[in-house]
Design a protein around this ligand. Sequence first.
Ligand code: CP
Ligand code: NVA
Length: 337
Amino acid sequence: MESIFQGRSLLAEKDFTKEELMYFIDFSAHLKDMKKKGIPHRYLEGKNIALLFEKASTRTRSAFTVAAIDLGAHPEYLGKSDIQIGKKESVEDTAKVLGGMFDGIEFRGFKQESAELLAEHSGVPVWNGLTDQWHPTQMIADYLTLKENFGKLEGLTLAYTGDGRNNVANSLLITGAILGVNVHIVSPESLFPDDALINLAREYASKSGSTILITEDVKNGVKGADALYADVWVSMGEEDKFQERVALLKPYQINMDMIRATGKEETILLHCLPAFHDTKTEYGKMVERDFGEIEMEVTDEAFRSKHARQFDQAENRMHSIKAIMAATLGNLFIPRV
Ligand code: CP
Ligand code: NVA
């Protein structure tokens, strides 16, 4: 009997049940423990993994690379400018070629459709390492980090502030609703999630018993939050939007006042990273020069405060991606969850 996960792709969270997502989260914690204790877990011995990147990455690329090597597999980085995809070869043809050589494919890029086409035509598991629509591997790390801090997930409240319609916001909303976490999306109305997505989240929430709040009102939106979550105001591929977003999103910046406004002493700060909390980056310098702001979605003080967990989250990317790859490709004995 083989794993209920064997051969499956992770393209979007909605393709998995609450129990399956919880399995990924708990298996990540187990693999993290094994790694810390130096216990080998080479479930993908002899396998080859393609890492296909149309967009830049530090965490996702590093996490897939280290996780694959810890699992005994060989990871191969295929950057967009190094291979034929898009320019001379369609996604479908690329999928057929890679599927004939590799045992699994990570894809980071623009269109969700590309991830779907890769899964359809490669015949091997495809793991979505971020598209314009979803960031599912990030979710396993994020909700693992929440669980590590509070010992549970159900009944917690996570407030995401900023661009409410980007990949991370979409994924947090749907995943939280499935898992029974109350999710507040706190953003200007023009950046609210799509109605279809809100409706889907509400459907999941009615089953899991969680509450979904989509609001412009910062004070109400962050009240009672066990976690405040920020992402960049301008996602990859939207770099022409700095001016508009800086003006629109300033009230949604996570700072110490916002942390206090949760009313929770133990509230944690999450951020998928990279973060604009100072002017030590090219974009940070540009925003200071052009718009006079030295911090964007999170202040440096909040980023370095006792509430901050973003670097635990970053480490958890590796453990969770390892769990996802092992469960879907490792022929493990997971007959049910
Ligand atoms: N959080 C995240 O996906 O980071 P990278 O863009 O560095 O992979
Ligand atoms: N929303 C961000 C996430 C980066 C990890 C982006 O797409 O650029």
